[in-house]
Design a protein around this ligand. Structure first.
Ligand SMILES: Nc1ncnc2c1ncn2[C@@H]1O[C@H](COP(=O)(O)OP(=O)(O)OP(=O)(O)O)[C@@H](O)[C@H]1O
Length: 277
């Protein structure tokens, strides 16, 4: 669905990607992680056709995004981290923008607006940042595009809205859709994503399904000094130590995405050896 081969991209002299390759399939929610300034937003913009590769190929839904063909634009939606909303009531936004998206479902949009508790009668200018963001997220979801890219979607959302967000995203995925979410709010997404992709210094550092991660790794609290010493990653927790170990017993543990991220950044070789074994 999204295929990136040997992507080279930079801003003027600043190189961001020097040969990045990545394949994203339909039917998955990808969590795109990486430290500040590593290029997550830049990657999403290359997928959306808002930035153009210097070298290499980006193919999304069989299109070259850089060409921005109408058939491509009507089947992809991006919720950027920073956005502008025209000062008009929600109904006008729908009236003037939804026709660009043939699969837009107004009933679905109205449901999200209600679930997110958006003050519908207000114009955009009268809404807070979080309320505007919820309008944009609701709109993007209701467009039912095959590709949905979201850059830090839970930033600015209150606690109830974050859990609402997880609920609606989980409910809208189907086998024809690919959702990519870039975030630092790992706790917001932990239970939602089914594939973890980490980029670092212009390359893919880690790319595994959550199923594979929990099959190969065990996340738990340990009091056993030997186990803690031999863990792939450990850090003190309120009781004992939070550890990641090889899953040799076929345990079913819940992935701790924050712990996994730290383990990959700080002890990547050990984690990699588990997946390459
Ligand atoms: N328009 C621009 N012109 C020049 N440099 C830019 C521009 N946009 C981003 N950059 C630089 O490119 C790098 C990647 O930026 P990008 O926003 O893609 O990172 P990110 O991983 O999304 O970061 P964050 O997690 O902080 O949102 C950064 O070093 C940034 O300073």
């Amino acid at each position: 669905m999204i295929q990136i081969q040997n992507l080279h991209f930079g801003y003027r002299k600043k190189k961001i990607f020097t040969g990045l390759s990545l394949k994203l399939e339909a039917g998955h929610i990808y969590g795109l992680l990486g430290k500040n300034g590593t290029g997550k937003s830049t990657l999403l913009r290359n997928m959306a056709g808002l930035l153009f590769p210097k070298e290499g190929n980006v193919s999304v839904l069989g299109f070259n995004p850089a060409k921005r063909q109408p058939a491509f634009l009507r089947d992809i939606f991006m919720v950027p981290e920073e956005f502008f909303m025209p000062d008009m009531p929600v109904d006008y936004l729908v009236k003037y923008t939804a026709p660009f998206y043939p699969k837009f479902n107004e009933e679905q949009f109205n449901r999200y607006v209600t679930e997110f508790d958006i003050p519908r009668s207000n114009s955009m200018q009268q809404m807070s940042y979080g309320q505007k963001k919820k309008v944009l997220i609701s709109f993007g979801l209701a467009c039912n595009t095959s590709v949905l890219l979201m850059d830090e979607p839970t930033n600015g959302l209150d606690i109830m809205s974050k859990s609402q967000f997880r609920k609606v995203i989980a409910g809208c995925l189907d086998e024809n859709k690919c959702i990519v979410i870039s975030t630092h709010q790992v706790k917001d997404l932990e239970s939602l994503i089914d594939r973890v992709t980490i980029i670092d210094e212009g390359r893919i550092l880690f790319d595994q399904t959550v199923d594979n991660i929990t099959r190969k790794l065990s996340f738990h609290v340990s009091y056993d000094i030997d186990e803690i010493k031999q863990a792939l990653y450990r850090e003190p927790s309120l009781r004992g130590s939070a550890v990641i170990t090889r899953n040799t017993q076929g345990d079913e543990s819940k992935m701790d995405l924050e712990l996994l991220y730290k383990a990959i950044v700080l002890n990547g070789n050990a984690i990699e050896s588990v997946f390459n074994a």
